[in-house]
Every structure is written in structure tokens, then in C-alpha cells.
Design a protein around this ligand. Structure first.
Ligand SMILES: Nc1ncnc2c1ncn2[C@@H]1O[C@H](COP(=O)(O)OP(=O)(O)OP(=O)(O)O)[C@@H](O)[C@H]1O
Ligand SMILES: [Mg+2]
Length: 269
């Protein structure tokens, strides 16, 4: 069955300040959607609210995975249900290696649990080391990540491009149903954009729905979106095909501001 992630009239914000003002968006597995919009319009907020970041409050509307509301689910429950977010600003965790972190994350998401018995726990909460190593090596190779990264502390001293590549490595290992990539292309040199884009491209397919948040049409040359949405002042104000991204690049957001004026959603193309 094809999974669906539906965002329905979502109003959300922080400390009583409404940032999302009625977002409607439906993603299906196998679809690639691009979300573009000016700084501060609420794109990252949308990503955080979908993942259940505890700082944000939902005032109205719903987020449904296969028809069931996920609003009461914790971020890790959402991850286990198949949602993934690649952060715009990944955090560093000195003391935790990339391999250790990934093994924990993959094991949790795939539901490895020790059986409780009277003699104590049987089995492990972790994916077997050999299996994990094999998968990790394959994924690193596919993404052109040097194997030595597995032993480094998570994002500690990583360059901007290395951090973004690591986000894609997580995506490759976690195999979610829906991935939100929040500016995974920002701050990357030309070769790194291509490497990241090609990594994502290898992961897309009928099992993965992607929401790519980006400021640049560039990455969309590598990963062709089925739909492009323009985000403005807390909601989607235009939707169209890939040509909409080109038009935005050419005309800028003033064009959106002018023609969209007030509040009605415009369909282009
Ligand atoms: N913790 C917070 N406290 C106060 N305001 C916040 C908080 N988080 C976000 N905001 C505000 O919400 C608005 C939307 O921010 P958000 O990060 O979602 O924008 P964005 O579209 O991702 O921008 P960018 O393109 O620069 O990444 C901004 O005005 C921001 O200052
Ligand atoms: Mg952002």
C-alpha cells in the first residue's frame, strides 16, 4: 500500500506566535515535492512541526499518516512510523561517534528489542554489529563518504558539506517512508551538491516520498520534483510543476508578493 502524509489546515507556532497559518499539503510515497520560499516564511518550522519538535505548538489542523493523526506521537514514535528530517543546522555531539549514533538510530527505528525473560533480557536492542557494519560501509561508499568518518564524533568539526552528507547517510540507513530535507543543498560547493543530490536520487523510488526545502533551483536539476510549492507567510500560496522553480529563480519572490497579494492560493501550470 502506498503511504500518505497529509497536512491539513495546519496552524502552528511557538509561545503563542503563529508561524504556520493554514498549511495544506499531501505527500505520497514515490513523490518528490520541492518547497521554496523566502527566509523566515516558516519552512523549517513546518519541518519541525511534522517531526514533533516539542517547542512548537499546533493550534489548529492535523497531520495524518495513512489517515491517522500523528499529533500525539513523540518524535521517536514518528521516526519509527517512517518519518525522517534532515536538519538545516545539524547538531554536533562530541563523544558520540557516527557509527555508534547510526547503530542506535537504525536499531530503534527498525524495532530491535531485547526479549524480557525471567532469566534476564535475551537478544539485543541493537542491530547485530556485522550486519550494521556491512550496511554502513555500503551506504558510505554509495555517498562517497570516507570510511574514517564512522569513527569521528557526530558532526564535531565537520565542514558544512560533510554535515549535509551525513544527513543523507542517515536517510540511507534509516530508509523512512517520508524524508524532509531542509536545505540539504545550502552551503555546498558544486561537487557536493551533485554528490548529495545523486545520493538522494539513488534513494528515491516508490517507497520514499521526499519534501525538499530549498532556495535554489540547482538541486532540482539533479532531483526532478513532481511538484513545486511556494511557501509564503506561513502557508503554501502556489503549486505547480518543475517550471515553477525556474520561474521563481528568474523572477524572485517580489513576483509572488505582487501577484499573490492577499491570501488566495494560486495554481500555476
Ligand atoms: N524558537 C523561536 N522563537 C521565536 N521565533 C521563532 C522561533 N523559531 C522560529 N521563529 C520565527 O518563525 C519564523 C519562521 O522561521 P523558519 O525558520 O521556519 O523560517 P524558514 O522559512 O525556514 O527560513 P530560512 O529560509 O531562513 O531557513 C521566523 O520569523 C523565525 O524568527
Ligand atoms: Mg529554514
Amino acid at each position: 500500500m502506498t503511504s500518505t502524509l497529509e497536512i491539513r489546515d495546519l496552524h502552528a507556532g511557538i509561545e503563542g506566535k503563529e508561524i504556520l497559518k493554514g498549511v495544506n499539503l499531501t505527500l505520497r510515497q514515490g513523490e518528490i515535492h520541492a518547497l521554496m520560499g523566502p527566509n523566515g516564511s516558516g519552512k523549517s518550522t513546518l519541518a519541525y512541526v511534522i517531526m514533533g519538535h516539542p517547542h512548537y505548538e499546533v493550534y489548529k489542523g492535523d497531520i495524518l499518516l495513512d489517515g491517522e493523526s500523528i499529533l500525539d506521537m513523540s518524535p521517536d514514535e514518528r521516526a519509527r512510523a517512517g518519518l525522517f528530517l534532515a536538519f538545516q543546522y545539524p547538531v554536533a555531539i562530541p563523544g558520540v561517534t557516527v557509527a555508534h549514533f547510526l547503530r542506535q538510530a537504525v536499531s530503534a527505528v527498525r524495532g530491535y528489542t531485547a526479549q524480557k525473560t525471567e532469566e534476564g533480557p535475551v537478544g539485543s536492542n541493537l542491530m547485530p554489529m556485522r550486519e550494521f557494519r556491512k550496511e554502513l560501509n555500503e551506504a558510505m561508499q554509495m555517498l562517497g563518504i570516507d570510511p574514517s568518518f564512522a569513527r569521528r564524533y557526530l558532526n564535531d568539526g565537520f565542514s558544512g558539506g560533510e554535515k549535509k552528507r551525513l544527513e543523507i547517510l542517515q536517510l540511507a540507513m534509516l530508509r523512512p517512508k517520508f524524508a524532509i530535507l531542509d536545505e540539504t543543498d545550502s552551503g555546498l560547493d558544486i561537487d557536493a551538491v551533485r554528490a548529495v543530490a545523486e545520493g538522494v536520487k539513488r534513494l528515491v523510488g516508490p517507497e520514499l516520498g521526499v519534501l525538499i526545502i530549498t532556495h535554489y533551483q540547482r538541486i532540482l536539476n539533479y532531483i526532478q520534483p513532481h511538484y513545486v510549492h511556494v511557501f509564503y507567510d506561513g502557508r503554501i500560496v502556489m503549486s505547480g510543476g518543475p517550471e515553477l522553480a525556474l520561474k521563481l529563480e528568474e523572477k524572485g519572490y517580489d513576483w509572488v508578493r505582487e501577484q499573490f497579494g492577499e491570501k488566495e492560493k494560486v495554481l500555476v501550470g
